[in-house]
Write a protein of this length. Structure first.
Length: 134
C-alpha cells in the first residue's frame, strides 16, 4: 500500500469528520488533486479508491464530474467495523461488551438514538484514521 496515498486518504477523512469538508462539496478533478497534493496519478487514484470504499467520496465522470465529498453511512461504517473486528479476532462477547458500553455512554450523555449513531460513526472514523496514521 502506498504510504502517500494513505496519508491523503487520512487527511480527507479527518477533514470530513472534522467538518472542514461537507457532503456534496467538490474536491476537484484528478488533475486538481495531483497538483494539490504534488503526487502521481497512481497515488491519487489509490487514495480515491480507499476513500470510495470507505464511503467518504464519490467520483463522477464526464462534464460536471470530479471528486465529491460524502459522509459515510452507518451501514458502510458497520461493514468496515465488522471487517476490522474480524481481522482483529474480536469475539462476539467483545462486540457485546463494546455495544453495551456505547449504549451506557449514550444514555448517560442523554443523546437520542440518531445523534448517538452519528457520534459513534464520527468516533469510529477518527479512530480508524488515527490507526492508519500509526
Amino acid at each position: 500500500m502506498n504510504r502517500r496515498a494513505t496519508d491523503i486518504a487520512n487527511k480527507v477523512r479527518t477533514d470530513v469528520v472534522g467538518g472542514w469538508l461537507t457532503a456534496g462539496e467538490r474536491l476537484g478533478g484528478e488533475r486538481d488533486l495531483i497538483m494539490s497534493f504534488q503526487v502521481s496519478r497512481a497515488t491519487v487514484r489509490e487514495a480515491l479508491r480507499m476513500l470510495e470504499a470507505d464511503g467518504y467520496v464519490t467520483v463522477r465522470r464526464g462534464p460536471g464530474g470530479g471528486v465529491f465529498v460524502q459522509r459515510p453511512t452507518c451501514a458502510g461504517l458497520a461493514g468496515a467495523l465488522g471487517a476490522h473486528l474480524d481481522l482483529a479476532g474480536a469475539s462476539p462477547a467483545d462486540v457485546a461488551a463494546a455495544t453495551a458500553s456505547v449504549g451506557a455512554l449514550t444514555t448517560a450523555a442523554g443523546l437520542d438514538r440518531n445523534r448517538a449513531l452519528r457520534v459513534v460513526s464520527d468516533a469510529l472514523s477518527l479512530v480508524a484514521a488515527e490507526q492508519a496514521i500509526w
